[in-house]
Design a binder for this molecule. Structure first.
Ligand code: ZN
Length: 302
């Protein structure tokens, strides 16, 4: 009898949890454009609260870029990516941090940050679209939230109140853990998935997806030069060789017309490089993209 009651209680509990998950919009969700799904226990509202709190903390310690042209342009490219991505239950925020670091990162719930150090090294709009697409891919893939729900458990994450300034020790700790996770990069599998999504969303939104391969090659050359400044986007695991093979494979599966999409160097120069005071633009390596490079870069991985 007691056993029966306990079981009944257990079923009632399961039913209530299922109902809450259903109402809150969680459960099995699509986590990539390639058919992956995942079971997400944390409701979107809690994910957004966590992301917003982490964004607040980050914006307290980092200096945001004040150039309205650069900020507006990055947000414009980002929003084009967001419009074609596979997650529309959140609002995306694309922001620029004034720092020489070669980095970009994404917080759960829709916040994406890119550093001016990285913007100064990129060569065209399609490369920026790939970087923002890669970061958006981490949000669509729920990479951070899946890790947190695995390590800390659903009850702990749901217990966080995340209200404004007065964070409890538990909240503070989770924000720190989250920050370290998103800034230093994810697992090999997650990075490869974010790369594929970045190239896919860039292509779908109208840019040449081959820019993804050129970005990895660029990062590879920058890593050799300055390994310590290279973090989330450029860390060497998975190896850059593997990343390029992965991108070549995925690009070969995309719509062929996308290979004719532009790179838009001119606009990138005008809206970012000139604004950030990058001189000697003509002498920059790899500045001479054209639509025809698409076919060359799209060779299949053997
Ligand atoms: Zn990444």
């Amino acid at each position: 009898m007691i056993k029966f009651l306990i079981m009944k209680k257990k079923y009632t509990f399961t039913f209530i949890v299922t109902l809450i998950l259903f109402v809150a919009g969680c459960g099995v969700v699509k986590t990539s454009p390639f058919g992956e799904t995942s079971f997400i226990f944390i409701p979107t509202s809690q994910e957004v609260a966590l992301g917003r709190q982490a964004a607040r903390e980050i914006e307290k310690r980092e200096k945001l870029c004040r150039d309205p042209v650069v900020n507006g342009y990055v947000a414009w490219v980002g929003n084009k990516i967001a419009a074609v991505c596979d997650r529309h239950d959140i609002t995306y925020h694309y922001k620029v941090i004034e720092s020489d670091e070669l980095n970009a990162f994404a917080l759960p719930g829709g916040w994406v940050y890119v550093y001016t150090g990285l913007l100064k090294k990129l060569r065209n709009e399609a490369e920026l679209a790939f970087v923002l697409g890669h970061e958006t891919g981490h949000i669509v893939g729920r990479h951070a939230i899946r890790r947190l729900q695995l390590v800390y458990g659903i009850n702990f994450l749901l217990s966080l109140t995340l209200r404004g300034k007065d964070l409890g020790p538990a909240e503070q700790k989770i924000i720190e853990v989250l920050y370290t996770l998103v800034v230093s990069g994810y697992s090999r599998k997650e990075e490869l998935e974010a790369d594929a999504m970045g190239a896919y969303y860039a292509g779908k939104a109208g840019w040449n997806p081959v820019a993804s391969i050129e970005t990895i090659k660029l990062l590879d050359s920058l890593m050799k030069f300055k390994p310590s400044g290279v973090t989330e986007l450029f860390m060497d695991h998975p190896t850059n060789k593997k990343r390029i093979e992965n991108l070549n494979y995925w690009i070969s599966t995309f719509r062929k017309e996308w290979l004719k999409n532009p790179f838009n160097e001119e606009r990138y120069r005008e809206k970012v490089l000139r604004r950030l005071g990058v001189g000697n633009l003509e002498g920059r390596k790899g500045d001479n993209h054209s639509g025809s490079r698409g076919a060359k870069g799209s060779r299949r991985a053997s």
